[in-house]
Ligand binder design. Sequence first.
Ligand SMILES: [Cu+2]
Length: 275
Amino acid sequence: MNIHTYEKTWLAVAMVLIVGFIATITYGAVGPGIAMIDDDGGTIDPDTINDDERFSDPGVTHVGGNEYEAAVVAQAWAYTPSEITVPANSTVTFYVTSRDVTHSYTVAGTNVNTMVVPGQVSEMTVEFDEPGEYGILCNEYCGAYHHTMEGKLNVVPEDEFDLTELSTEAPDEAQLGNQTTINTTVSNDMNYDLETTATLEIGNQTVEQDQTVEQDQTVEQDVTVPAHGSETLEFAVDTTDFGTGDHDWTVTVDGHEGSGTLTVTNATEGGDGDA
Ligand SMILES: [Cu+2]
């Protein structure tokens, strides 16, 4: 049988194209790991997101080694949290769900691009090798302010990353001679216990651990914050030897700082006639 030269050429071109298509799809799946988001993430009742262990306190947690989880809740028209920070050289599994309508979770410049359907948890795993900043946006029209729905992903150098958070709570004012407390809560979202020292500084003197702060002093307390937990420390402050006026204080834990000012007033001040 004689096949025309043109016919042979077209057959050859078609063959090359078919093999090429199969090769790109195979490469995409095996190489960069492009995959469809399936139902691995499971389902969730959008009305009880706040009771869910993963989504009631969304954000980044350390799973182990260089693996992290990022839980994100989408709703019109914001992501919670809007900003995600992970270390370089990490593998991050995103779990995203929606509280109201269908959104998307798209990390510009990466393979992360999924629909976020209420009732469904979208799960995807990404490796971040290099530090960088990525924009996060919603690709799925979700209402009047759809265009404002955005977030940010920071991949920071490993030595700049940590999952410790510090918050302090203290009164602004105390009467001279009274005791007061400065409370510090340290939370730890890592997979291991954080053993560290908390320091309260009022002025610049240093005293032994666990003493009551009396005047211009620094006290230290050892603290162990359990993995995925938090610990509250109480620093007792006795104002007897403080002068009246403003006293700046700083609590330092593991490189994090909280600070404030304690105003010590005369016992007779502010009593409005009871002196
Ligand atoms: Cu949206």
